[in-house]
Design a protein around this ligand. Structure first.
Ligand code: SAM
Length: 325
């Protein structure tokens, strides 16, 4: 029994860009003993959180995850740090929106490590992996009515095409959409590996043996749509930046270009000072720079890290420091 319990909680996710997170997400003024609050907005199995707690003995950590199952795994992993952590099973948008009403302090550091974890692919049973015979669910949190199965079987041809093309950036979107529409006429598509099979057959043979499985992008698009990930990211960044203390640092690890574009744009906009036309003699907008960008180019994983953890190959970390309230 004890052994089974241990196996159940063995982490399956490897945290990415860990050294950069440890070194960049704290102000130089904070030494490792100083007391401060850190929010891990996407706790997952708690890989980054564990390393941060170990590295900064004075740190208090609030861990947030929309997925109650993965949060339990993090709780088990972090039980050594029981007195220094608080865990919240919430969407990060709600967490940050209500932060000021609930807590008196402000965090000195916030981390977003976007998307889903290996737990979701390997253990959740919710159809995130195209290799598994699981129901096409893909919901990571509460209050979501539409599953991936609903989308696949009810969206119009045009809606499906837009979704696969837009969120998946899939150049075979037309063929894939057509195949889905044709198959679902015969019977509803309900399983992840059935959908993967349909996609496999829909694309030309030359496309089947590339660097990624031909269903990867369609599955990514479905997950993004089911969980409304891009609007949550936009809102989450805005709310998180509001609660961050002045001098505090905000870091975001993204895994695909749509997310990275949102993060980059958010940081760039707040990095601007005066936005008056250049020929105006005096500034009228009185706009002040809200943040300092600490990573001119996003940080990416080393070849060594990618060898150890291939999922890290698309990870990009951007970090900023807040300048004004
Ligand atoms: C890449 S994993 C984080 C892995 C974690 N850093 C670790 O080292 O174990 C992302 C996590 O964020 C959660 N998540 C994704 N979007 C979320 C959102 N909008 N609000 C709260 N949690 C979210 C997912 O459930 C997942 O567990």
């Amino acid at each position: 029994m004890k052994r089974r319990q241990k196996e159940r909680y063995k982490p399956v996710h490897t945290p990415v860009l860990l050294d950069s997170v440890l070194s960049l997400l704290k102000q130089e003024s904070i030494d490792s003993q100083a007391e401060f609050l850190f929010v891990d907005a996407t706790l997952g199995e708690g890989g980054h959180a564990e390393a941060l707690l170990l590295h900064y003995p004075g740190m208090m950590l609030y861990g947030v995850d929309a997925d109650g199952e993965v949060l339990l795994r993090a709780q088990e992993r972090l039980k050594l740090y029981k007195g220094r952590i608080r865990l919240f099973n919430e969407w990060f948008t709600d967490f940050f929106k209500n932060f000021r009403q609930r807590f008196k302090i402000r965090p000195s550091g916030i981390l977003f490590d976007l998307g889903i974890s290996m737990f979701h692919y390997e253990k959740s049973g919710r159809g995130f992996s195209f290799r598994k015979d699981e129901p096409l669910d893909m919901r990571i949190g509460k209050n979501i009515e539409q599953t991936a199965e609903d989308i696949i079987n009810t969206y119009s041809q045009n809606e499906l095409f837009e979704l696969i093309k837009g969120y998946g950036e899939e150049r075979m979107a037309k063929r894939i959409t057509y195949a889905i529409i044709k198959e679902r006429r015969a019977e509803p598509i309900t399983k992840a590996h059935d959908l993967a099979g349909i996609i496999w057959k829909a694309v030309p043979p030359s496309y089947r043996y590339g660097s990624i499985h031909p269903a990867t992008k369609t599955f990514q698009a479905l997950r993004i749509a089911v969980n409304n990930e891009l609007s949550r990211l936009k809102e989450g960044l805005r709310e998180a930046f509001q609660v961050l203390e002045i001098g505090g640092r905000l870091g975001v690890i993204s895994f695909h270009s749509l997310e990275d574009r949102i993060v980059k744009h958010f940081f760039k906009e707040r990095n601007k000072s005066c936005t008056c036309p250049p020929d105006w003699p005096i500034c009228q907008c009185e706009r002040q720079r809200e943040l300092k960008i600490l990573t001119k180019k996003p940080l990416t994983a080393s070849t060594d890290e990618i060898k150890r953890n291939p999922k890290a190959r698309s990870a990009k970390l951007r970090v900023v420091e807040k300048l004004i309230a």
